[in-house]
Design a protein around this ligand. Structure first.
Ligand code: KG4
Ligand code: ZN
Length: 410
């Protein structure tokens, strides 16, 4: 069982050793935080507390298994909001103790990477393995924009006592047997990419979270209208010698483009239009809280003027281009033979299309999670825990929430 409560989603999942997801329940608090335009930590903790028991019960019922059938309880240790993490950890500890099952602590970012590996069980040989070189993972969400070089360090086969291999190569779960080692080779020095999407959407009077709105609206705009530039980021010096490609870092910065959008809005007298849009969308969302961005675009065309659509398309084109440049440069410099992109922003349709085109051009493989696995969920936490279960890496009784938890070495 996986349990996730690091931000604004309370989630529980039951995943089999072969990667089959028996249940993946997510209680989203999006509507609660939407009126504040961002996640309010205290409200998030309170909602987790309210949701955790029903969410775990729902996952067990959906999976159709009893608590005795579980091999272990896995929980997100960090990074995330302290109070939010604490709810999941306290619940998971209590459950593990009561059931006499092992507890496994999982890094949320490792979870995002394993969302993709888990879903690739069927073509594992092409996605994982250590003979052909490491994988490069871009984790891009509202809180993170990180690049990791992922190496599969051992090939210990491990199956749950009652699990049957479902694939020809006897692999029980993609990425699960053996352990993975991670090296951080890039990160944002200021805002995360998803944060930039959300902030720019807010500047333009769109709904929350902004990413899906920007994605839907960018389709109707011309990406060549506004040219956004990304400055060079001062190189980080690793412990390794700077000449070695291993010491190279591929960092990101998204706060500059957010400011550039703000200036554009001011310089082009767009403030009144933004205010009118904010009011119109607030009304429409009040009447229909389930209003999706694509529906709004279709049903309220008068709210989205050409200048705004072109600005959105140009912003998205620039952000995706920057994510691509850094990711492919890192993959080439570090000899990665495949790329994994995950996290909320990996749901972006332009990002998927352009990454796939560029990877095909370079003869590289690129994999994304399904849309449901892109954003926060607990199946990815259970998936990342399986390798640790096999290796006997269990959490200590004193496990605490670690809001600033890092993944791997630098
Ligand atoms: O992974 P996630 O659910 O939570 C974090 O760990 O942050 O990611 C949420 C982020 C938000 O910033 C949201 O705006 C962004 O992912 N997002 C998108 C899209 N769908 C979600 N950004 C761009 N395009 C999308 N289609
Ligand atoms: Zn996340």
């Amino acid at each position: 069982m996986g349990i996730e409560s690091s931000c604004d989603e309370t989630a529980a999942a039951v995943v089999r050793a072969d990667g089959e997801v028996l249940a993946n329940v997510v209680a989203s608090q999006m509507a609660l935080h939407a009126k504040y335009g961002g996640v309010v930590p205290e409200l998030a903790s309170r909602e987790h507390l309210r949701n955790i028991v029903p969410v775990v019960r729902a996952a067990m019922a959906e999976a159709g298994v009893g608590f005795d059938n579980l091999d272990a309880i896995a929980v997100t240790e960090g990074p995330g909001l302290a109070g939010a993490l604490l709810v999941g950890i306290t619940y998971a500890k209590a459950l593990a103790l009561a059931l006499g099952k092992p507890l496994i602590a999982v890094n949320h970012l490792e979870g995002h990477i394993h969302a993709v590996l888990m879903e690739n069980t069927g073509n594992r040989k092409q996605v994982t393995g250590n003979s052909l070189g490491p994988l490069l993972a871009l984790v891009v969400s509202g809180g993170h924009t990180h690049l990791y070089l992922c190496t599969h360090i051992s090939d210990t086969r491990c199956g749950a006592p009652d699990s049957k291999p479902t694939h020809d190569d006897e692999t029980v779960m993609d990425g699960a047997p053996g352990s993975w080692q991670y090296r951080n080779v890039g990160r944002t020095v200021d805002d995360a990419a998803g944060e930039a999407f959300d902030k720019v959407a807010k500047l333009l009077g769109l709904g929350y979270p902004g990413g899906p709105w920007m994605d839907a609206l960018a389709r109707s705009g011309n990406p060549r209208t506004v040219e956004f530039r990304f400055g060079q980021i001062k190189a980080r010096r690793g412990k390794v010698e700077k000449e070695s490609p291993c010491a190279q870092h591929f960092d990101f910065s998204f706060s500059g483009i957010k400011t550039a959008v703000l200036r554009y809005i001011q310089a082009h007298g767009m403030a009144a239009g933004v205010e009118a849009r904010r009011r119109a969308l607030a009304e429409a969302l009040k009447a229909n809280p389930a209003l999706r961005p694509a529906d709004a675009v279709r049903e309220m065309p008068e709210v989205f003027d050409r200048q705004t659509l072109d600005l959105i398309a140009s912003f998205q084109y620039a952000v995706v281009g920057n994510l691509m440049r850094q990711t492919f440069a890192a993959a080439e410099a570090l000899g990665a033979r495949g790329i994994v992109v995950s996290g909320g922003v990996s749901a972006n349709s332009e990002l998927r299309r352009r990454f796939a085109e560029e990877a095909a051009r370079r003869g590289l493989r690129v994999e994304f999670p399904s849309l449901a696995m892109s954003t926060d969920n607990a199946a990815m936490i259970a998936a990342a825990a399986w390798g640790k279960f096999c290796a006997g890496e269990f959490a200590k009784e004193g496990l605490v929430a670690t809001p600033g938890l890092k993944l791997g070495s630098i």
